[in-house]
Design a protein. Structure first.
Length: 81
């Protein structure tokens, strides 16, 4: 039952903070973000960037290949004499 009591106490505190904005400011000043929370957010952002890069890579690869083909056919860089 102690976990339930702790959860209910936290829920009541959050509700009371919403009713009194000054209490929220006091809590925000007294509870800085811990190192482990920042590390967790950093890992999540790293994974998100990796997923986006993995998804977008084929689109950029084909764009670069098309650009190189047009330069080659127009006699630009890499064109053979």
């Amino acid at each position: 039952m102690s976990k339930l009591d702790a959860f209910l106490d936290e829920l009541v505190k959050v509700h009371m903070q919403q009713l009194d904005p000054e209490a929220t400011v006091e809590v925000e000043q007294s509870a800085p973000v811990s190192w482990s929370e920042m590390a967790f957010v950093g890992v999540i952002l790293l994974l998100l960037c990796y997923i986006v890069a993995d998804y977008m890579y084929p689109y950029f690869e084909t764009c670069i290949e098309k650009k190189e083909e047009t330069e080659y056919s127009e006699g630009g860089r890499g064109a053979k004499a």
